[in-house]
Design a protein around this ligand. Structure first.
Ligand code: 0O2
Length: 217
């Protein structure tokens, strides 16, 4: 093993990935401001919580390999768009699109790709709104546009996706059919829960605007 070469490569990866940490800081600040401003205007927070992560180098290398690309930091930066990831969990489905439109309205953010797994859920029942955005990061020697994957979902969608993700990795040769059926049923139940919460919220909104004597409440 050529240790000098390996060491240089590791330094290259470390230096190359640091920009994604800055990008996450930028997007987290933007989301915090939007959430607080929304609270101020509409009297509720659209965001329940935010989690962000940098994909670990092994995950990046595996993805490059899957795409048939040579494993190096330049290819990673060019072809892997989810090195930096933010997951936003919202109270209601409408909040997901509120956040999407608020991000879309920011002049320094470019929306590169939208995958709406809420309007078009995956066959297993997975729902979320996925965005690939580019956000500028200002460095001492210039500005770099950095890709970030943003996943936006409700608490119910997040509950389902977190458990499904764990179950998926427990089976090396695929999740048994009867469990897939039950997972799909659980996804439908999560969907029902979102609809029910929306109906309750609509009635609370009526209460707040016209008072509790309204027959719709
Ligand atoms: P991790 O560990 O969450 O990072 P593309 O980028 O377009 O080539 P890709 O990467 O499949 O294709 O993109 P897509 O469909 O937008 O999904 C990427 C991420 O969405 C996944 O990341 C998961 O986080 C989430 N996701 C997608 N489908 C499912 C699903 O069926 N169940 C759950 N629980 N999560 C899902 P990673 O890299 O797979 O994993």
């Amino acid at each position: 093993v050529n240790l000098d070469k390996l060491s240089n490569e590791l330094i290259g990866w470390k230096n190359g990935l640091i920009i994604y940490r800055f990008a996450l800081e930028e997007i987290n600040t933007k989301l915090k401001i939007l959430n607080e401003e929304f609270q101020f205007i509409h009297n509720h927070n659209p965001i329940e919580h935010i989690k962000s992560r940098i994909k670990d180098p092994k995950g990046i290398m595996l993805k490059l390999q899957r795409k048939g690309l040579e494993i190096n930091i330049d290819n990673a930066k060019k072809h892997i768009h989810d090195i930096a990831g933010v997951r936003i969990t919202c109270s209601f489905v409408s909040n997901i699109y509120d956040i999407y439109h608020m991000l879309k309205g920011q002049s320094d953010i470019k929306i590169i790709k939208v995958k709406d797994y809420i309007k078009n859920p995956k066959p297993n029942g997975y729902k979320s709104l996925h965005l690939i955005i580019k956000i500028p990061v200002f460095l001492s020697n210039g500005v770099e546009e950095v890709s970030v994957e943003v996943q936006i979902r409700t608490i119910a969608m997040d509950f389902w996706a977190s458990l499904e993700h764990k179950i998926y990795y427990k089976f090396d040769d695929g999740v048994p059919e009867h469990l897939l059926v039950e997972l799909k049923e659980a996804a439908d139940a999560a969907h029902e829960l979102d609809l029910k919460m929306k109906r309750i919220k609509d009635r609370v909104d009526i209460y707040q605007t016209v008072g509790k004597d309204n027959p719709l409440i």
